[in-house]
Design a binder for this molecule. Structure first.
Ligand code: 4AD
Length: 463
């Protein structure tokens, strides 16, 4: 089935050329002059193409006049300049074939604007709306930008495993992977006998590809991984998913300062890429979702991020006299309200906070000379809060061994990770960017469930 995509036709504007298009009807309007206007969208771009269907078409009365929103059609016609408002060109149809009908009484997508809550209940149809089509195209462009950024800089793309035997964050928020019949789990005494399970031991879905990326960084220098990650945390918020995508670069011979510089350069590259390559979709978000998205992104591309320590951040919050729901105390994690206050009200730009208390950060982060803080960095952006978490990694065997024990983990489970510090250890750093949070930031969509095709959240895994 040969066809030309609407995006290609609209950008080429080859007047007088015969094209075949296929897609879904958005609207049909009938004119008194004996012809109909059909707005056809094929998902290749936000705009549809206008078809002019004349009553002279053999199926005009029996089929064309019955077309409703959602019907799929094939149309062959000649491209002409459009005399009407709203489009430069239109296709004067010489043939229209209906591929699939829709019963308008039961088709859930109508011309009116539907709520995002409602659209989440029809994840199989929502990509046909303007918003979800635009999100899918921007998500695609951002994925491309991520690979281009790292490939242009000589990073090697590593496919880290989805199923893993280790807990990267040491937080125990992992989904278990098993083939056991859950009604008859084999026991050894009172414990589960994982020896009889598929992998011969406990296995989980990964929370991060970092530890495996470190293995490759300590052989190949600069690497990155970009894939799905899973967290069984019961956080029902507009920023949390149980399944989300993470981008994780890992660099050998790199300290925290190099890590911060890369994170800033990386975010600016993605913003510039999207502004340049997704103009139609970004205009749509700016018009209908958040009237500040384009200006914000343009500003960020040319603005330096603010760098400060966690301790300075806490001091700034304490001095602000602002009332927060959660108290501000040195030693506890910053809440999203604190992060947003710093970004939005104090600095008015993204900030990178470094040197967090070691008690609230993961075991693998390099301990500072003060013995109290670690070389952690969080990148915080307005409206979202934390978008990137990273650190310089602990590269000293003895310190790491102690940190694993302090975190209540078993060093035997991390024997290979420890060995990397025994055999040719080097300073190295990396970070993890939550891909969906970045898409939220770029599109202005306030709920993370609307920037991933099939959101998985506590109590929700529809299909
Ligand atoms: O800060 P996190 O937990 O860092 C790590 O996993 C490190 N191992 C990364 C590394 O250094 N290679 O997570 C990184 C980012 C967060 O900043 C956030 O943007 C996103 O992942 N994230 C989530 N996004 C959506 N839903 C969730 N439940 C998320 N948890 C973290």
């Amino acid at each position: 089935m040969q066809r030309t995509r609407v995006a290609e036709i609209l950008s080429s504007e080859k007047i007088g050329t015969r094209f075949t298009v296929m897609g879904w009807v958005r609207t049909r309007r009938d004119s008194k002059g004996g012809f109909s206007f059909i707005e056809l969208n094929d998902g290749s771009c936000l705009d549809g193409i206008q078809l002019i269907a004349d009553q002279g078409l053999p199926n005009y009365k029996d089929e064309i006049l019955k077309l409703t929103t959602g019907c799929s059609i094939k149309a062959v016609g000649e491209l002409a300049k459009s005399p009407g408002k709203g489009q430069n060109v239109e296709l004067q149809a010489q043939e229209i074939e209906v591929l699939g009908w829709v019963d308008p009484e039961v088709y859930p997508l109508q011309k009116k604007r539907h709520s995002f809550e409602f659209l989440r209940t029809i994840a199989h149809l929502r990509p046909r709306t303007n918003t979800f089509g635009a999100v899918a195209r921007v998500r695609n462009a951002m994925s491309q930008a991520i690979h281009s950024f790292f490939q242009e800089r000589g990073f090697i793309y590593i496919h880290t495993p989805i199923i893993t035997g280790s807990d990267c964050e040491g937080a125990g928020e992992m989904f278990k992977v098993t083939t056991f019949d859950l009604d008859q789990v084999p026991k050894k005494g009172s414990n589960t006998d994982f020896g009889q399970d598929f992998f011969g031991g406990p296995a989980n879905l990964t929370v991060s590809g970092q530890l495996e990326a470190e293995i490759y960084a300590l052989a190949m220098g600069d690497v990155y991984t970009f894939g799905p990650t899973f967290r069984a945390e019961d956080s029902n918020t507009s920023r949390h998913l149980a399944e989300f995508w993470m981008v994780e670069p890992e660099m050998a011979f790199c300290d925290l300062e190099g890590n911060m510089a890369l994170a800033e350069e990386f975010l600016k590259y993605i913003f510039a890429y999207v502004l340049d390559s997704c103009k139609g979709d970004m205009d749509f978000f700016n018009r209908f979702i958040d009237p500040s998205v384009i200006k914000t992104l343009e500003g960020l591309v040319s603005q330096d991020f603010e760098y400060l320590t966690y301790t300075e951040g806490i001091d700034t919050l304490l001095k602000s006299k602002q009332q927060f729901e959660f108290p501000v105390v040195w030693g506890s994690d910053l809440q999203s309200e604190h992060e947003r206050y710093l970004c939005e009200k104090v600095f008015g730009r993204p900030i990178i906070l470094v040197d967090y208390p070691k008690e609230i950060k993961s075991f693998y982060m390099k301990v500072n000379k003060d013995g109290k803080t670690v070389r952690a960095m969080d990148v915080l952006v307005p409206k979202i809060g934390e978008i990137i978490g990273g650190s310089q990694r602990e590269d000293d065997y003895d310190t790491l061994f102690e940190r694993i024990k302090e975190a209540g983990l078993n060093p035997d489970d991390y024997w290979w990770y420890l060995e990397l510090r025994k055999f040719g250890s080097v300073p190295h750093s990396g970070f993890g960017l939550g891909f969906e949070r970045l898409i939220q930031f770029v599109t202005g969509l306030s709920n993370i469930r609307d920037v991933i095709p099939f959101p998985r959240t506590p109590g929700n895994v529809s299909f």
